[in-house]
Design a protein around this ligand. Sequence first.
Ligand SMILES: NC(=O)NC(NC(N)=O)C(=O)[O-]
Ligand SMILES: [Zn+2]
Ligand SMILES: [Zn+2]
Length: 513
Amino acid sequence: METSGESSREMESQKWRFFPLLPVLASFLLLYVKFPFKQSQNACSLHPHSHYWITSKQIVTPQRVISGAVEIKDGKIISLVSEDKWHGNQFGQIIDFGEAVVMPGLIDVHVHLDDPGRTEWEGFPSGTTAAAAGGITTLIDMPLNSDPSTVSVETLNLKIKAAENNIFVDVGFWGGLVPENAFNATALEDFLSAGVLGLKSFMCPSGIDDFPMTNISHIKEGLSVLSKYRRPLLVHAEIPQEVADHPDTKDSVDNVRSYSTYLKTRPSSWEEAAVRELLTVTKDTRVGGAAEGAHLHVVHLSDAGSSLNLIKEAKTRGDSISVETCPHYLAFSAEEIPDGDTRFKCAPPIRDAANREKLWEALLDGDIDMLSSDHSPTDPELKLLEHGDFLKAWGGISSLQFVLPVTWSFGRKYGVTLEQLSSWWSERPAILAGQDLKGAIAVGKYADIVAWEPESEFHVNAAYPTYMKHPSISAYMGRGLSGKVLATFVRGNLVYKEGKHASGACGQTILAK
Ligand SMILES: NC(=O)NC(NC(N)=O)C(=O)[O-]
Ligand SMILES: [Zn+2]
Ligand SMILES: [Zn+2]
């Protein structure tokens, strides 16, 4: 009895010894309840504050470059203050970028992320982390090179599912216009209603079995459905033509390793023939035309000659048509592509230096509307780098992370301005993709922002932190570039800062409504 009485008294006193610990336990409990919220906010952003300011001496706004501050709240830009009116906000959060450029995040309307189904080529996680590291805040994914191709509501849903919790920047989708759906208006309407931002088709074989090419009748039908939705049709504009001297695939080893052999197989007449045909239907997109409201966008133009002139003329006639080119056509020329270096193989091909000069001229004159990467990676084995066979290697340039420094580095000698960069890479692409709340640093827009240092130089080499799945096949490997990305914000989330990514894949899928 005594023993048990003593032990119960002991227990009693021990119980009270725990009493002072109760508040500590309670606060632990409280933290535990709050923890999931705090963690997710921290995971999305390396600067997890909902209200803060970004300051810089060079903020690129649609009107001009200002020195001042951008106020960001709940993912949007809520005010823009020039330096003379900015008295500092001692109580708020400020990220000061000093002399670095603060510009709208890039919108890359032409990427092949190969997800789902060919993630050994790229995939959403690696593609979008590379984008974030390159200052790109929005990607619009092409309907081919994933498996299956995105050509229906069902296959779009597979894409959306694959992207869920796997994207570090925002991603929208183009839908495929293929012979199978082109004459089925209901199928196309369902597809557009499900959220594809527009359609994309090929006028030559795409290299992907479940993405067959369309002819001009398919394209006409596509435009007619798109006109109701006021969304664009993007076209790979090359039509195979008879080629004199077509090299034989069994040609000598030297021959297939020479870039000029490949170049001869896809002359500019292929692009010209395609553009000529397209213009027979783009006249319907004029005001009062049968397809008014639809828009035709020529992707990755390489030919700065007749093809470009035809597009220019169509614009003056009032056709709703635009055209993009890509950094690799502006950076490289056929003359300098080394034998066997299939990293430079793409379609349409990179042409001669004189053509490159004309592309720059057209871009600066506003005849080329915008830029895109056409990032089209593959399994390195398919590039056949060991044999260097230009005729058999997979076509496509890998560049995603480097398009901003490439455009800047190669554009400097042409006097490219920050306003031009931002128009080619953000403002115009936002319009093409129907993204009213993106593409500019302006009040009411999403805080999609890149901060970068134009004067900082770096070398793309094996040691350089490159996030694309296969850096070795990038055409920019081994190059010196200027223009280093410091930080990237997507809807106010600091998703990338100086070599570090936010841990959470908090990018959003963009679906048209
Ligand atoms: N299947 C592809 O990715 N094709 C791409 N290939 C290139 N550009 O070489 C393209 O955009 O045409
Ligand atoms: Zn293409
Ligand atoms: Zn492409």
